[in-house]
Design a protein around this ligand. Structure first.
Ligand code: SF4
Length: 316
C-alpha cells in the first residue's frame, strides 16, 4: 500500500491525505459561451463530478470565468498553457485551482507571480506532464518519454513552485500507454508525497477508453496510488464521470449498487438485456451498498438472488 500523500484543497474539496478519491472531468464547450459551459458544469455535477476543469485559451475565456465561477456548484480549475496572465485572471475570477506547468510560462518572474497569486487565493496547482510534452533534453537522456523522464519532468516544475514556498501542488503523469501510466505513477509515488491526479490520456472512445482507464487507474487505485482521477473519453464528459464512479465502485472505493446480471443464454426466459439496462439506469444514483441480481432463468437465478439484497429472475 502506498504511503499517505499530503492533503490539498480545491475550494471545499479535499484531495489526498486519505480523503476519498475525487472524480473530475473537463468541459468541452467553448468557455466563452457562458450558458453552454454552465449547463455542462451542472450536468457534470448532477452525475457526481466533484471538480471541473475548463480550458482558458484567451482573455475572453478568462473574462467569462467571472460569470461562470460564482454560478458553479463545484470548484473550478483553469487549464492554462503558456500565458501566465490568464492564470492570474482565472484566480481573480474566483477559480480554485490551476493546471499549469511553471516551466512553460516564460521565466522566473511569471512563476513568482503565479505562485504568489495561487497562494494568496488558497488555490491548488496541478503540474501535468504528458508523454508528448517531455523536454527534449530529458527525452535524450532517458531515451524517450519513459516513466523516469515523465517523473523527472514533473519534479522540475514542482521544484520551481517549492523554491517559492508553494506546496499545494498535485501531479499528473499521463501517457496513452497503460503500462507507461502505471509505471510512471508508481515511480512518482516512491519519489514524493504530493497528491496524484490519475489519468490515461487520450484514452479513446467510450468503450475502449473506459477499459484502458479501468485497467490502468483501477490497478493504481488498488495499490493505494491516486487521490483524484479523470477518465478521458472521446465523448460527452458526463460519460467520464459515470466511468470513473463505476471504476471506484468496482474496487470498493465508493458505495453504490452492485448489479449482478447474467450474460444470457439459450435458457433465458425474459428480455434480460433490456431489463438489466433499465435496472442499472434506475439505480445509478443510489449510493447505498446493496447488491441487486438480475438473472435470466431458474438455473442460477435463485442462487444469485439469495446472495443479493434484491433479486429478479426469469422463471417460466
Ligand atoms: Fe443462462 Fe440462466 Fe445462466 Fe442467465 S442465469 S446465463 S439464463 S443459465
Amino acid at each position: 500500500m502506498a504511503k499517505l500523500t499530503r492533503q490539498v484543497k480545491a475550494g471545499n474539496v479535499l484531495i489526498g491525505g486519505g480523503a476519498p478519491v475525487v472524480v473530475q472531468s473537463m468541459t468541452n464547450t467553448d468557455t466563452r459561451d457562458v450558458e453552454a459551459t454552465l449547463e455542462q458544469i451542472r450536468r457534470l455535477h448532477a452525475a457526481g463530478c466533484e471538480v471541473v476543469r475548463l480550458a482558458v485559451p484567451d482573455e475572453a475565456a478568462a473574462a467569462a470565468l467571472k460569470v461562470i465561477a460564482p454560478a458553479s456548484p463545484v470548484p473550478l480549475i483553469a487549464d492554462i498553457h503558456f500565458d501566465w496572465r490568464l492564470a492570474i485572471a482565472a484566480l481573480d475570477a474566483g477559480l480554485k485551482g490551476l493546471r499549469i506547468n511553471p516551466g512553460n510560462i516564460g521565466g522566473a518572474a511569471p512563476v513568482d507571480n503565479v505562485a504568489a497569486a495561487a497562494k494568496a487565493n488558497g488555490a491548488v496547482i496541478r503540474v501535468g506532464v504528458n508523454s508528448g510534452s517531455v523536454e527534449k533534453e530529458l527525452l535524450e537522456r532517458f531515451g524517450g518519454p519513459t516513466p523516469e523522464a515523465l517523473v523527472e519532468s514533473a519534479l522540475r516544475h514542482v521544484r520551481m513552485l517549492e523554491e517559492r514556498g508553494f506546496y499545494d501542488t498535485k501531479i499528473s503523469l499521463k501517457s496513452s500507454s497503460v503500462a507507461h501510466t502505471i509505471a510512471s505513477y508508481r515511480l512518482m509515488a516512491e519519489r514524493g508525497d504530493y497528491p496524484l491526479h490519475l489519468g490515461v490520456t487520450e484514452a479513446g472512445t467510450p468503450m475502449r477508453g473506459a477499459i484502458k482507464s479501468s485497467v490502468g487507474l483501477g490497478l493504481l487505485l488498488f495499490e493505494g496510488i491516486g487521490d483524484t482521477m479523470r477518465v478521458s473519453l472521446t465523448a460527452d464528459p458526463v460519460k467520464e464521470i459515470e466511468a470513473a464512479i463505476d471504476i471506484l465502485k468496482a474496487i470498493g472505493k465508493r458505495d453504490g449498487v452492485q448489479l449482478v446480471s447474467c450474460p444470457t443464454c439459450g435458457r433465458t426466459k425474459i428480455d434480460l438485456i433490456s431489463l438489466a439496462n433499465e435496472v442499472e439506469k434506475r439505480l445509478y444514483n443510489i449510493n447505498k451498498p446493496i447488491k441487486v441480481a438480475v438473472m435470466g432463468c431458474v438455473v442460477n437465478g435463485p442462487g444469485e438472488a439469495k446472495e443479493a439484497d434484491i433479486g429478479i429472475a426469469g422463471g417460466i
